[in-house]
Design a protein around this ligand. Structure first.
Ligand SMILES: [Zn+2]
Length: 310
């Protein structure tokens, strides 16, 4: 026998169907909650955009942040173990930063009581920012041991003027040259090279470290971190300190830095291993292009060097 089908009716009583009025009420409620959802989403998105704009235009640009990286250095003499180096870089006085910003940076640096201050370039963004008043600001840096190199914007503005200003303020320039520091009869070398982009004849680490005994650890200042890719195998460099990138200045979530003026994007910021040595790149303290920083606070690093033995 063929299978039989159960022909019992599955159609419910008409009483189980919603009325036309009920359907219309439900749809009105759905539309209403969708409108509410869109309204609140719009409000939240609007508040987020407004918050980001306030952050990028008002809060971050001059919200200098002290960071405290600890960096190991091979065979650092015990007398220099724990030495603290403040790094001032990329202030860019003259366009989006002014003398008050520079003064605050110097005061913050003095308050950190570093053993050494290194200045890694781009002090000004235009020639008319080089002034007697700027010299007086830099002269207030209290640390005895302080050294500087030039950045591309210093060259483009007026390199001679910047050199004269810093040296008048008591800050020696290390242009392909070095100084040997002494502490309890143990030595540390701070060397500097000229800017990678804009100087002529350019950065020269061989000249910068000429005559430095092999056993003395060397810290090299180079405004542009890309120079790390060009370091020869000799002379040895133990650590390079750089700026120039501003960390990208604007870092979008998921997308990262909008613009990095370097060939090797790994040098955007922080401590990076390079072919010959470690490189520390500060996000710097000023701005170029636009008066905006986002997700990329201006940085005043107080670096602690830690002795490691190999
Ligand atoms: Zn810069």
């Amino acid at each position: 026998m063929p299978d039989t089908e159960d022909n019992t009716s599955v159609v419910p009583d008409s009483a189980e169907f919603p009325s036309a009025e009920q359907v219309s009420n439900k749809s009105r409620a759905r539309k209403c909650s969708r409108r509410k959802f869109l309204k609140y989403t719009g409000l939240v998105a609007g508040a987020a955009v407004a918050g980001a704009a306030v952050d990028a235009l008002v809060i971050e640009p001059h919200g200098f942040q002290v960071t405290r990286p600890t960096i190991p250095v091979n065979n650092l003499p015990s007398a220099w173990d724990g030495v603290q180096i403040a790094q001032i870089t990329d202030i860019h006085v003259g366009r989006f930063s002014d003398l008050d910003d520079a003064r605050r940076i110097v005061e913050m640096t003095n308050d950190l009581h570093p053993d050494i201050v290194v200045l890694t370039g781009d002090y000004v963004s235009r020639a008319d920012a080089i002034s007697r008043a700027l010299v007086e600001v830099f002269r207030d840096l209290r640390t005895k041991r302080k050294f500087a190199v030039l950045g591309n914007h210093d060259h483009w503005s007026n390199a001679k003027g910047v050199i004269a200003s810093l040296e008048t303020a008591g800050i020696p320039m290390l242009i392909n040259s070095h100084r040997i520091l002494d502490r309890r009869n143990q030595s540390l070398c701070i060397a500097g090279v000229d800017d990678f982009w804009s100087s002529s004849p350019g950065p020269d680490v061989v000249q910068a470290l000429s005559g430095v005994p092999r056993e003395i650890p060397r810290i090299l200042l180079s405004h542009n971190p890309d120079y790390a890719e060009q370091l020869p195998s000799s002379p040895r460099v133990d650590l390079m300190l750089s700026g120039h990138t501003h960390g990208g200045q604007v870092k979008l979530p998921l997308l990262g830095p909008l613009r990095l003026p370097i060939n090797h994007s790994k040098y955007a910021e922080g401590l990076i291993p390079a072919p010959r040595c470690a490189v520390f790149v500060s996000r710097g303290l000023g701005m170029v292009g636009v008066p905006i920083r986002f997700n990329c606070r201006p940085e005043l690093p107080l670096i602690t060097l830690k002795r490691t033995i190999t």
